[in-house]
Design a protein around this ligand. Structure first.
Ligand code: GDP
Length: 457
């Protein structure tokens, strides 16, 4: 028997893209999607909710000589569409990270930046295997694009000057990875991806090096993920809520990444809710229609079932209190109570300590709420109330009850102020802080408290 016999039991690895702002995460995801689509015939991409599936056929079509598809048992790669380490670290699956592997994007001219360091810390903590995409090689002065060539050949074909500038930048990144405790090298020099981090020079703009990245990701998944990705395809589906959304004709729905088992239309599911787990029955499983069809048809198409790994929108009654970041579990082979207990236990791992007095915290997902709570604990800022969701009138009412002035504050991470709360905020003696970077949010608040204390002296 060869290694290839368990092809049916390995699920698609889930890939997250992380890195500092402006280093090219969004562009890289766009380019991966775009070049997969233009690769055309062989499978192309499958649209999912919140994720994009690139089948092995498509990857091997893009990668040409770089890849021998018979080396792989994996069906392809599922990229989570929302880039950034917040979406990575706040999306869990059974206590671990939802993503199996990660791409750390580093601007080759800019090197490591604060969010690169943050991302590295998270990857280390979660033990997630990753590849470094050394992005924007095309900005090297004198860069001469080599269409369709593997990046190593492309680099060899550059002028001496371009070569040495790029080399210098790449070795700087390799050195920074080494300072962070990872041994790393250009990917074609890496023999063992378990021991060394592969660095893939590429350009999200021109697409150079992107097939190389996909090849390395396949290799990395193949080596690291065998056990974790062996699934019982008929088992009860397990997933994580990416987003809770109102959808015309369906009411409140949850966008979910299914990381294990199968979810079927009509299944009873337990979903983590704001007060307690929601037990409900699936009315519809929805997937985006191909773009070409959307002009004439509704945006979504219904599917009967969906197996891991995949992104799907679940429509069911009572989902309006569901929480982004919370677990979704199909009730099958067990009682509803057992599954409810399981979901409760998983949610209990995400503990946010609150006090009788303190600030109000709102965040977009459970995991980001936990990250906020940790950051505030370190800064010794007490929390009166912490919840997932946009800032609503009652949050302002709660913040106003704080008995110290400095605590009459709401810290919103990645959330909006609801329209019906705008006038409440104007009329209340409550200060609102909003940011998409946790440490900045905490810093802004600390500065405010200092200024307030100085003014009182
Ligand atoms: P993100 O914040 O990490 O998602 O970064 P974006 O993908 O939004 O990219 C930030 C900026 O860098 C945008 O203006 C992109 O067009 C540009 N950019 C991204 N990748 C490349 C690249 O490979 N080459 C060049 N020249 N520009 C790039």
């Amino acid at each position: 028997m060869t290694d290839h016999t368990h092809a049916d039991t390995l699920r698609t690895p889930i890939v997250a893209v992380l890195g500092h702002v402006d280093h090219g995460k969004t562009s890289l995801l766009d380019t991966i999607r775009g070049s997969a689509v233009s690769e055309g015939e062989a499978g192309a991409i499958t649209q999912h909710i919140g994720a994009t599936d690139i089948p092995l056929d498509t990857i091997s079509g893009m990668a040409g000589e770089l890849i021998d598809p018979t080396d792989f048992d994996l069906p392809g790669l599922l990229f989570i569409d929302t880039p950034g380490h917040h979406s990575f670290s706040t999306l869990r699956a059974r206590g671990g990270a939802l993503a199996d592997i990660a791409v750390l994007v580093v601007d080759v001219n800019d090197g490591f930046q604060p969010q690169t360091e943050e991302a590295i810390d998270i990857l280390r903590r979660t033990g997630t295997p990753f590849v470094v995409a050394a992005n924007k090689v095309d900005t090297t002065p004198g860069w001469n694009p080599q269409d369709g060539e593997p990046i190593q050949k492309s680099m060899d074909a550059q002028s001496e000057r371009a070569k040495s500038m790029l080399d210098e930048n790449l070795y700087e990144i390799i050195g920074q990875l080494s300072d962070a405790g990872f041994s790393a090298d250009l990917y074609w020099r890496v023999q063992d991806f378990q021991k060394n981090i592969g660095v893939v020079p590429l350009s999200a703009l021109t697409g150079e090096g992107v097939p190389d990245l996909l090849t390395v990701l396949m290799g990395l998944s193949q080596r690291f993920m065998k056990e974790e990705m062996a699934i019982d395809v008929t088992g009860p589906g397990e997933g994580t809520v990416l987003e809770v959304k109102d959808e015309r004709g369906f009411g409140a729905t949850v966008d979910t990444v299914v990381y294990d088992g199968v979810i079927r239309n009509g299944d009873t599911v337990v979903v983590g809710g704001q007060d307690e787990p929601i037990v409900t029955e699936i009315r519809a499983l929805l997937r985006p229609r191909p773009l070409a069809e959307i002009r004439t048809e509704k945006e979504f198409e219904k599917v009967g079932e969906i197996g891991a790994a995949a992104g799907v929108k679940i429509a069911a009654p009572d989902l309006d209190r569901a929480m982004a970041g919370a677990p979704v579990r199909v009730v099958r082979d067990r009682t509803v109570d057992q599954v409810v207990e399981e979901v409760k236990a998983e949610l209990a791992e995400i503990e946010v300590e609150t006090a009788d007095n303190g600030v109000v915290v709102k965040a977009d997902t459970l995991g980001s709420l936990e990250a906020m709570a940790n950051a505030l604990r370190e800064a010794e800022v007490p929390i009166l109330r912490a919840e997932v969701g946009d800032i609503a009138p009652r949050d302002i009412a709660v913040a106003e009850t704080a008995n110290q002035d400095e605590h009459k504050a709401i810290l919103g991470f990645n959330v909006d102020l609801l329209q019906n709360a705008e006038s409440d905020l104007e009329n209340a003696d409550v200060k609102l802080f909003k940011n998409e970077v946790i440490y900045q949010l905490v810093e802004d608040y600390e500065r405010y408290v200092e200024e307030k204390q100085r003014a009182q002296q």
